[in-house]
Design a protein around this ligand. Structure first.
Ligand code: FEO
Length: 172
């Protein structure tokens, strides 16, 4: 495997692992706030990021490279509010999108069209994740400080997660 590609993919493995850990911390925080639906959503989101990492590890190794399992920094464990948490999530996803675009750029420069093709899955995944985070933030802005609204929001987060799991049934 081309060394620049291998390095870029290993950096992306690190980012996906960090995302998984970050969202795991958000899940745990939400759980301690009594927001069980939001916690279910974040736990599932953390699992998805782990899957993104695994998919990259397997690709690197299958293509003759060597995937490196990274050391992960401790993420923040407290969040001011649910809205703030989702603002951080969106900001984080935007940095991930940026790094995916950089990997795509390296693929084009190195004329590695196989990896370029593989990375397209991540490009669409990022579009979906950003759109979902924005729609959740829109809901939270509408709710504002209303307690009843928050109760319904939390329930809806559980429903979104269940619907997502159903749609992904059997898809690795
Ligand atoms: Fe795998 Fe949400 O970046």
């Amino acid at each position: 495997m081309n060394q620049r590609i291998e390095k870029a993919l290993n950096e992306q493995i690190n980012k996906e692992a960090s995302s998984s850990q970050y969202y795991l911390s958000m899940a745990s925080w939400a759980e301690t706030q009594g927001l069980s639906g939001t916690a279910v959503f974040m736990y599932a989101h953390s699992d998805e990021e782990r899957f993104h990492m695994l998919k990259l590890i397997k690709f690197v190794n299958e293509r003759g490279g060597k995937a490196i399992v990274p050391k992960i920094e401790q993420p923040p464990s407290d969040f001011e509010s649910v809205q703030r948490m989702f603002e951080l999530l969106l900001a984080h996803e935007l940095t991930v999108t940026h790094s995916i675009n950089e990997v795509v750029d390296v693929c084009l420069n190195e004329k590695d069209y196989t990896t370029h093709n593989f990375m397209q899955w991540y490009v669409s995944e990022q579009m979906e994740e950003e759109a979902l985070a924005r729609s959740i933030l829109d809901k939270l802005k509408l709710i504002g400080e209303q307690k009843g609204g928050m109760y319904l929001f939390d329930r809806e987060m559980q429903e979104i997660t269940a619907a997502g799991a159903k749609n992904n049934d059997g898809v690795a």
